[in-house]
Write a protein that binds this ligand. Structure first.
Ligand code: PLP
Length: 453
């Protein structure tokens, strides 16, 4: 049985058989090429969110596909009783490209952060020093495991699962005084994102990060950068910390690392690596040949195709064009971010959800964060031309946001009321989208629907 092209059945099976923890848009993708995705109806979309900063090489990259298929025909999984050539090579490549001396491989960002948290604690345990507390930032996001929701500085992620794992303190982001005040003799580590991606794309100030590093050195505190979202070229350097002129003791990666194949990594210095001894940590799948072969192919493509240069060039043009839109339309409050991780914040005349739906109707994929921010995290192979198409589409939509009853008011009218939505007020239902289709939306002919680039 294949249900691949039957959207009604796909949706029905999902709703009946998958745990309903996601708010899904009414679309399923069955084909991808470069920066484009195609749904069950054959409609084409320019992917400006890249599987949430994962699909760094886009879709159907020949080198990545060939590395995965070659490896799949040979050994997919060995195990951690034996040396794994692909794991050894990837660790070498990551250390060569970064501050790190040692790598631990796992399967996701949350797992990489769990490893970092455990290492920070065990590092002091083996030194016989009573330091265990980890300071993180308000509005941070570090994952969905029990440890990482405790690390995350947003109570909504941990409240239903209390009591929380103890030993985490949260302070305002970009506020060095608050951080200094929070440090105490039990502080083991400070853990930060360099751009807070999940809470609205908020970059750290360079002076703040440099002051944090100084504080860590002075007080003997470990510095952990969560680069799950910002790592692997996303911000125009291989790793985001390279934009800040400081190095951490520990860094975590996932998302783009495998170009779509699940893999996470925790990197650290030799000194900090002494905190893990044989048996202290592990993972059945971590460092498996398939994921490591994929990641090696990603790193090779970065070198051969000049991916980081592309991020820098496309990013600066995209920022320039988006900032022009900002001066043209008062409803754009800010355009912020680094490289190809960009947040566009609107005032209360525009809902992020409405904008995401408008863009979807026009053939562009973005994510909505909270009420007012849309996030862009496209494949890092995005071209200037494709970026220009996105800006044009946004311009078209914003042009129509004028007059007493603009399209966003119409979208709000079309949305079910709170009571009509059973599980969550923000849940997107297909009914909602069906009703949107009936609206007179600004030219919803897919702009992305042109020849493949
Ligand atoms: C900064 C950051 N850390 C950790 C995570 C968790 O990663 P994963 O979903 O792979 O567990 C995310 C995911 O969005 C993230 O953005």
């Amino acid at each position: 049985m294949s249900i691949e092209n039957d959207f009604a059945l796909i949706k029905d099976f999902d709703q009946n058989y998958c745990l309903q923890v996601f708010s899904l848009l009414p679309v399923a993708f069955v084909k991808g090429k470069g920066c484009y995705l195609y749904d069950t109806e054959g409609k084409k979309y320019l992917d400006m969110i890249g599987g949430i900063a994962v699909n760094c090489l886009g879709y159907g990259n020949p080198k990545l596909a060939s590395a995965i298929s070659q490896q799949a025909k040979n050994i997919i999984h060995a195990c951690n009783y034996y040396y794994i050539p692909q794991k050894s090579e990837l660790a070498y490549r990551l250390c060569r490209a970064s501050f790190a001396d040692k790598v631990f491989f796992c399967n996701s960002g949350a797992e990489a952060n769990e490893a970092a948290i455990k290492l920070a604690r065990s590092y002091f345990y083996y030194k016989d020093v009573n330091r265990y507390e980890i300071i993180t930032a308000d509005m941070s996001f570090h994952g969905r495991t029990m440890g990482t929701i405790a690390a995350t500085g947003q109570a909504k992620f941990s409240r239903p699962f209390e009591p929380s794992v103890p030993g985490f303190v949260h302070v305002p982001y970009n506020d060095i005084e608050a951080l200094i005040d929070a440090v105490n003799p039990h502080t083991a580590a400070i853990m930060l994102e360099l751009v807070q991606g999940e809470s609205g794309v908020h970059p750290a100030d360079k002076e703040y990060i440099q002051a944090v590093k100084k504080l860590c050195v002075e007080k003997g505190i470990l510095l952990i950068f969560d680069e799950v979202q910002t790592g692997v070229g996303r911000t125009g350097k291989m790793f985001c910390y390279q934009n800040f002129g400081v190095t951490p003791d520990i860094m975590t990666l996932a998302k783009g690392l495998g170009g779509g194949v699940p893999i996470g990594a925790m990197l650290c210095t030799d000194q900090v690596a002494t905190g893990f001894r044989v048996g202290d940590h592990g993972s059945t799948f971590g460092g498996n040949p398939l994921a490591c072969a994929a990641s090696i192919a990603v790193m090779e493509e970065f070198e051969e195709k000049g991916i980081i240069d592309n991020v820098q060039e496309v990013s600066s043009e995209l920022f320039e064009k988006l900032n022009k839109l900002r001066t043209k339309y008062n409803c754009i409050r800010s355009v912020r971010g680094m490289g190809l991780l960009i947040g566009i914040e609107f005032d209360d005349t525009i809902t992020a959800q409405g904008m995401r739906e408008q863009l979807l109707a026009m053939g562009f994929l973005v994510s909505a964060i909270g009420k007012s921010v849309i996030r862009l995290a496209p494949p890092l192979i995005l071209t200037k031309d494709q970026a220009g198409k996105f800006v044009k589409a946004l311009d078209k939509i914003l042009k129509n946001v004028s007059g007493p009853k603009n399209v966003f008011d119409k979208i709000k009218d079309a949305l079910p009321t709170k009571n009509q939505v059973k599980h969550s007020a923000s849940r997107i239902t297909s009914a909602k989208i069906d009703r949107l289709d009936e609206l007179d939306l600004p030219d919803s002919k897919p702009d992305a629907d042109e020849e493949d680039d």
